[in-house]
Design a protein around this ligand. Structure first.
Ligand code: ZN
Length: 249
């Protein structure tokens, strides 16, 4: 059986990347994850792993290459929980700027930036126009709206007994995705319903998750299944691939 085409820049040689660009690959994708607590059942790399899972599939669908996933993000609101590593919004914005400058240098005409962590969305959206201005001739496509991302997940799961409050952080959606792709990293005996009530989007950032949940879980991971995970992945990949295709036409 033929091996699937490589799309991850860090797994390719410089010659392979050069050939891809020569053969018409014009788009690069940057996934922005985090290293932060995801309750007592999911690993701290959850957002970065989801970035890896989605990014590779999106790249395949859009004839793009994928830059190394950014493993850390803006996670101040998770710092009450051990293991969280947070960087300042400014640091993240500078890092993304440098990623884009490097990729533009190699001839990528379009760069899509997708965050799999809510805390990164504002920095990504803020810095994108500045990068666009600096890199004349390169289209910067920020696809990092937390609301849109959550809407895709809500739409994907609503017919599967999952309510919007079940999803959020380390809840039914993220747990389902890892159940389908990395079950070995889940502490299944620790899966327990977290806070599923209303969340004030400003207090969550000023007071942190501790204001809502002792375990770090917002949502209900008890509803997670491998099958739902497969569906969420498929729908999310389709959504982002369509957006990229629309904006690179
Ligand atoms: Zn997460």
């Amino acid at each position: 059986m033929e091996k699937p085409k490589k799309v991850k820049i860090e797994e390719m040689t410089t010659k392979e990347i050069e050939k891809s660009i020569k053969n018409g690959v014009e788009t690069a994708i940057i996934m922005v994850g985090s290293t932060e607590q995801h309750g007592p059942h999911l690993p701290t790399a959850t957002d970065a792993l989801i970035g890896e899972i989605l990014g590779e599939k999106i790249a395949r669908k859009t004839n793009a290459l994928m830059a190394p996933t950014i493993q850390v993000g803006c996670s101040d609101h998770h710092m009450d929980f051990k293991g969280t590593i947070t960087i300042k919004p400014h640091t993240l914005m500078e890092l993304i700027k440098d990623y884009c400058t490097s990729l533009a240098n190699h001839g990528f005409k379009n760069i899509a930036i997708i965050s799999t962590h809510g805390g990164n969305c504002a920095p990504v959206t803020t810095i994108a126009p500045e990068i666009s201005k600096k890199l004349d001739g390169t289209k910067i496509i920020p696809l990092s709206s937390f609301e849109k991302h959550i809407k895709v997940w809500n739409d994907s799961t609503k017919n599967h007994g999952i309510k919007p409050g079940d999803i959020n952080h380390a809840g039914a959606a993220e747990t389902s995705i890892l159940l389908s792709e990395h079950p070995e990293l889940i502490k299944k005996q620790n899966i327990k319903k977290g806070y599923t009530g209303e969340i004030n989007s400003s207090t969550i950032f000023t007071e942190g998750l501790k204001a809502y949940t002792k375990t770090g879980v917002l949502g209900n991971p008890e509803k997670a299944t491998k099958k739902i995970g497969e569906k969420i992945i498929k729908d999310t990949v389709n959504y982002f691939a369509k957006e990229i295709q629309k904006q690179t036409k």
